[in-house]
Design a protein around this ligand. Sequence first.
Ligand code: MN
Length: 361
Amino acid sequence: MTIQQLVAKIKEKKPNADTKIIEQAYEFAKKAHDGQKRKSGEDFIAHPLNVAYTLADLNIDETAICAALLHDTVEDTEVGPDEIKKEFGTETACLVKGVTKLKKIKYSLQKNNAKDLQKLFFVMAKDIRAALIKLADRMHNMETLEYMDNAQKKEKALETMDIYAPIADRLGMGEMKGRLEDLAFPYLFPKDYERVQNLIKEKHDKRQEYLKKVTAVLKETMEKEKIKIIDIHSRPKHLFSLYKKLLRYNWDITKVYDLVAVRIIVESIKDCYEALGIIHKHWRPLPGYIKDFIAVPKLNGYKSLHTTVFCLEGKILEIQIRTPLMHKEAEFGIAAHWAYSEQQYSKKYIKDKITSPSRTK
Ligand code: MN
C-alpha cells in the first residue's frame, strides 16, 4: 500500500476531494512513526495507510481518512493531541482521541462481557467515524495476525468474533462483518476451517460454470419481460456463516442452498417484485424460502427479496433481488449513508442501532 494508491482511491470515489490534507497527514504520521516496525517487518506507516484505504473504499470523508492516518500517533509516538489539533484542526483531533479511547476496551473471557462492551463501544464512539476507523484498524490487524504470538492470536480472534463483527453487523455493514468473522475463523477453529474449505473447493469449477449459464438465462428472461437489470452477479457465502449453517445440518453441504446466491440488481422496488414473479413463473420456488425483506426488513435494516428455486437442471439455487440503494446499504450499512451525504439520517440510524435489540438470526 502506498500513499499514491490511497490518493487514487479517494479520487476514484470523489473526483473533487481535497487530497492535499491527506498527503500532509500521511507525511506527519510517517515522520511520527519513523523507525517503528510492524511485527511483519514492514514500516509501521503501512498500517495506518491500510486503515485509511479501507475508509476511502467506504467513501468516508477526508477528515476521517486523515484521522485514520493519524490514529496510532498519540498512543504510540511522541505526538500529543494538541499538536494534531494545531496541524489538522479540532475535528480530526477529536476523532483520533475517540479511536485512542476505543483501544481501552478490553475483552475478558472470564467476565463474558461481550454485550456490555458492544454497548460501551457505541457510547464511547460519540462520532460514528471513530467506530469505523476502529473497525478498519481491527481488520488490518487481523489480516496481519499471523505475525503475532499464539496467545495474542487467540485473544484478538476472539475479540473480533465476539465484539467487532457484531458491531459491524449492528451498523448494517454485512461485508465488513463477514470479512472480520472469516479472518478470525481459522484462529478459533483451525480444523473446522480447513474442513469447510475442503468442502467448498471440491465442486468449485463446476459451480462457476453453472452460475454462468444461470446468469445468461436470467438476463435473457428479464430482457424479454422488459425488466432492466442494472447488475447481476453471484456471491459465495462467507466461510464462517457457511460453517454455522453446516453445524446445524450435520455437515451435509447438499442441504445448504445458499452456498452461492445469484444477486439481481434492478431499478425500483416495483421491478424487484416483478422480477420475483418472473422467476417463479419459470422456476418453481421451494416452499418456505420466499422471504420479503423489503416489506419486512431485518432488524439491522437489511432489505432484499430472497427466493430459492429449482433452477436449471433442477438444481436448487438462491436468488436475491434488490435495488442499488438496498445493495449499498446491505454491503456498507451506515457507511452507505455517509457516502450519500445523508449525515442527518446516519445520526438517526446510529441512535436506533444503540437502542434497538440486537438482531437474532
Ligand atoms: Mn492501529
